[in-house]
Design a protein around this ligand. Structure first.
Ligand code: HSE
Length: 435
């Protein structure tokens, strides 16, 4: 039998993920060939610097500084690995308009322009895939689209950011404070010199918008998702969490309730017995509940050269195998089998348990007065912890509430803050019970 010609790849960028991709294509060449019955060949690579020494075995002639040689040249599939919105978005658009399939790891572009790009791919009868944009090496998007297409999802919870998970794990296990843990993460290369997109929750919000659009068949723009990062988490919060039987994680949550979806990225107390509590350091995980499959946990490396390269290669293989089929390979926008709808509500309308840490003057009647304000605002208390004095005459007072509406919590705290014996409100953190 005559063998098929190699599939030609044009790569935009040759950084960490692209070099991982090329290395996997080398050391797993036979495995890839067996899967697609043809070879993959890299014909053009866009780089900034032609002379830079690179740890990949590509011939010198493939490198170019002219993006048109990649987008308009002898390529079948464009692999966008430059990151950031511009000019990646424009390059992806041009590639799709040129009727080339596109694989990208770019969460920012997909979370903000995914819907438009998906329509462009459909119009041009090509595929747009982005498994690597969420959870690095964890095969979550293609699993939802293919293997779980007969499920309706009740909820999707993720630890989707390795940097913040590393920082929180170090604070929990090695007693570091926030600043020390960030420095440690930077030293090991997990956190960027400017870690704000990770620690402020932006990175996780991009990923949640992509994940929940697919799982719930909704048009979810990243700006629909309320988010809070981890910069205010103190050593004290971490210690209380441990004492009360929890771990603090930056949680990306999507919960379907009848015709509404509650979405948010926020730090959360996770029960120590829950599988997501065991996800440590730079690892990521996605915990799903489908109405047929039940609970499912996917765990793995959320970043890094080989894990992310593995996800990119999986998409390339999918495209090569299915390029001629009319089956929808696009991971954008449309949920498996579902119709795109738009009926979102923001998460703080939901009922949640809360951890509230405040500082009060230790004198008779304080606890009673605070408890009565919570009660008046329909907030029921589940537990109270009072520690030793701070050195002056104040004490930290910690409450865990029963499920309550955030607006009632805020109304109660507004009144409580006015008591002269309340000297500070340190934290309010959601306690996630996965209901
Ligand atoms: N900065 C991300 C993280 C990895 O810390 O998980 C890339 O998505």
């Amino acid at each position: 039998m005559e063998s098929l010609r190699p599939a030609k790849l044009g790569i935009l960028g040759m950084g960490t993920v692209a070099s991982g991709l090329i290395n996997i294509m080398d050391f797993n060449k036979d495995k890839v060939h067996a899967a697609i019955k043809r070879d993959l060949t890299v014909t053009k690579v866009l780089v900034k610097n032609l002379d830079k020494k690179r740890n990949v075995s590509l011939p010198k002639e493939v490198y170019t500084q002219d993006v048109n040689e990649v987008l308009n040249g002898d390529t079948d599939i464009i692999i966008e690995l430059i990151g950031g919105i511009h000019p990646a978005y424009e390059y992806i658009k041009a590639a799709l308009n040129n009727k080339k399939h596109v694989v990208t790891a770019n969460k920012a572009v997909i979370a903000t322009h995914g819907e438009e790009l998906k329509m462009l791919a459909e119009k041009n009868n090509v595929k747009l895939m982005y498994e690597a944009s969420v959870g690095g090496g964890i095969p979550i998007l293609n699993t939802i689209r293919d293997n779980l297409c007969a499920n309706e999802f009740e909820s999707v919870f993720g630890i989707l950011n390795g940097t913040t998970n590393y920082i929180l794990t170090q604070m929990t296990e090695n007693g570091l404070d926030y600043g020390q843990a960030v420095k440690e993460a930077q030293k090991l290369g997990f956190a960027e010199a400017d870690p704000s997109s990770d620690v402020d929750g932006d990175d996780a919000a991009f990923k949640l918008s992509i994940l929940s659009s697919l799982a719930f068949g909704q048009r979810i723009h990243v700006s629909d998702i309320p988010k809070e990062g981890i910069t205010k988490i103190s050593k004290e919060d971490i210690e209380y969490a441990k004492e009360l039987g929890y771990n603090i994680k930056l949680l990306a949550a999507g919960i379907k309730k009848e015709n509404e979806i509650e979405l948010s990225v926020h730090p959360a107390f996770i029960p120590a017995s829950h599988p997501l509590s065991t996800v440590k350091n730079e690892f990521n995980a996605v915990y799903l509940k489908g109405n047929a499959v039940g609970e499912l946990l996917l765990y793995g490396k959320g970043a890094g050269s080989l894990p992310t390269g593995s996800a990119v290669l999986d998409d390339i293989i999918h495209i090569v195998k299915n390029a001629d089929s009319s089956a929808d390979g696009n991971t954008a926008g449309k949920a498996a089998g579902g119709k795109i709808k738009n009926n979102l509500v923001v998460s703080n309308k939901g009922f949640k348990q809360y951890y509230i840490n405040m500082e009060v003057i230790d004198k008779p009647g304080v606890l009673g007065s605070i408890a009565s304000i919570f009660g008046k605002n329909k907030v029921s208390l589940a537990s109270v912890v009072q520690r030793q004095k701070n050195g002056d005459d104040t004490v930290p007072l910690v409450f865990i509430t029963h499920e309550a509406e955030r607006k009632n919590i805020d109304a109660a705290l507004k009144e409580i803050k006015d008591f002269e014996f309340v000297t500070g409100l340190a934290s309010i953190i959601i306690v996630e019970n996965f209901k």
